[in-house]
Design a protein around this ligand. Structure first.
Ligand code: F0G
Length: 440
């Protein structure tokens, strides 16, 4: 390490006060009051020396910046899509995509939509439908590709709703809301075959494409000897386009892009981009950000990095699961998910068991995590999960050992935990700003 950031300790009394002030919503706690921040792996990666060096090369020209062409070369080679526009982050790419592709009343299926994807679809008046494979329902099942889409359910949806009402199919790799589980190449191929047969474009939500590629290498027969890059290229080859948040598998602190093979859509996307993000060669980013993304997209496919990444996530998972904390099995790429519904059966889902667990983990040890359950998804929630997302290249094993210890202590005292109720909430994406109070 050649650059470090300080950590700040707080007392339990201070944390109790911060919780009260934040309405028991960890999004509303200042980062300086967090010791270990596992809220998200998005935008929180440590950048490499090569990325910082590339940042100094950033070309800030309004039009035709060299940084854009460096990024475009990398994206073209990796994805093979005909068109790419940068955007300030993944959800900006989503908003543009759904604005040009969706009409009110349309249906957009996915293995599992992420919250911003679902919200952007619903904001267009369309319906977001999750079609995970049945084995995803059992958090304890140790199956290799629980992120797969249920292809039979997709066929049924197309038969009922009509292909004309389905403007696109999405596959989220890895499946973030479904426990960070990977999607197999066989499943991507199957979904693509169904999509092509019905003339429906297939898009990847590719935020964690490199972790997905590594898990294919480890878990899917026939790909042991492929490089992560070859596997990633194969994944993209089945799709007609993708959305991407560079804040995940490109190690960037900000950025994203939108790709498509469709010339007509690309023209519409570019028009919208100019309206809200910026000129098509910077899309709401500084030139230096584009350079950081270009370097990150290559670094993330380094087998040494990916091996370490996946092993270190599993390290956290195994150390808590083997001592009785129910996690979504098997561990995936970017996070460990505790099945709070199973850990805290005495708290009904109307009282948000995973939110209660997030609050307790902060109160006990200053660790921030995030609820992925009924607070985030309301009645659509399939599980009550607490996600411990691991920023890339940031924490050491001793930080993670501290997290393990804290979780095991909270687990010991789990029967004392109480649920929460909502006292205030916005009309959508409520998890970011809702306020709670302890029940009883
Ligand atoms: N798709 C997936 C699968 C994501 O995980 C995210 C973001 C997005 C799209 C949106 O990208 O944040 O750049 O606008 N996930 C973050 C998380 C926020 O914590 O999982 P964005």
């Amino acid at each position: 390490m050649k650059s470090v950031e300080p950590l700040r300790h707080t007392t339990r009394e201070e944390r109790e006060r911060y919780l009260e002030e934040a309405g028991y919503n960890l999004f509303l706690i200042a980062a300086r009051n967090i010791l270990i921040d596992l809220l998200t792996d998005s935008g929180t990666s440590a950048m490499s020396t090569e990325q910082w060096a590339a940042i100094m090369r950033g070309d800030e020209s309004y039009a035709g910046s060299e940084s854009f062409f460096r990024m475009k070369r990398v994206v073209d080679e990796l994805t093979g899509f005909r068109h790419m526009v940068p955007a300030h982050q993944g959800r900006a790419a989503e908003r543009i995509l759904f604005t040009v592709m969706c009409r009110p009343g349309n249906v957009v299926p996915s293995n599992t939509h992420f919250d911003t994807t679902r919200a952007n679809i619903e904001y267009r008046g369309a319906r977001a439908v999750d079609l995970p494979v049945p084995e995803a329902a059992d958090t304890q099942a140790r199956r290799p590709f629980k992120g797969n889409m249920d292809v039979a359910a997709l066929e049924r949806l197309i038969a009922t709703d009509g292909a004309a009402n389905i403007p696109l199919i999405m596959l989220t790799v890895t499946d973030n809301s479904g426990g960070g589980q990977p999607v197999s190449l066989a499943n991507i191929a199957d979904v693509s075959r169904v999509a092509r047969r019905h003339g429906i474009p297939l898009y990847l939500d590719a935020c964690r494409f490199a972790e997905n590629a590594w898990l294919i290498k480890e878990r899917e027969a026939g790909y042991e000897d492929w490089s992560p890059k070859q596997i990633a290229q194969k994944m993209f080859s089945y799709a007609d386009g993708c959305t991407f948040s560079a804040k995940k598998d490109a190690f960037a602190n900000i950025g994203g892009f939108l790709c498509t093979n469709d010339d007509r859509l690309a023209a519409q996307e570019t028009d919208l981009l100019i309206l809200t993000e910026g000129f098509p060669t910077y899309g709401g980013l500084a030139g230096r950000d584009l350079d950081a993304i270009a370097v990150g997209l290559e670094e993330v496919l380094d087998p040494d990095y990916l091996r370490y990444r996946i092993v270190s996530t599993a390290y956290l998972g195994r150390h808590i699961a083997d001592r009785g904390v129910p996690i979504v099995e098997p561990p995936g790429g970017h996070a460990i998910y505790i099945d709070a519904g199973r850990m805290l059966p005495h708290i009904p889902k109307q009282q948000f068991p995973a939110q209660a667990l997030a609050v307790e983990l902060y109160r006990h040890a200053g660790i921030r995590s995030v609820e992925i359950g009924s607070v985030m998804f309301g009645d659509q929630a399939q599980h009550e999960l607490l996600r411990l997302a691991i920023p890339r290249r940031v924490y050491t094993q001793s930080h993670i050992d501290y997290v393990v210890e804290a979780i095991l202590e909270v687990n010991q005292a789990r029967e004392r935990l109480r649920g929460l109720e909502i006292v205030e909430e916005p009309p959508f994406l409520r998890h970011f700003s809702a306020r709670f109070r302890p029940v009883g």
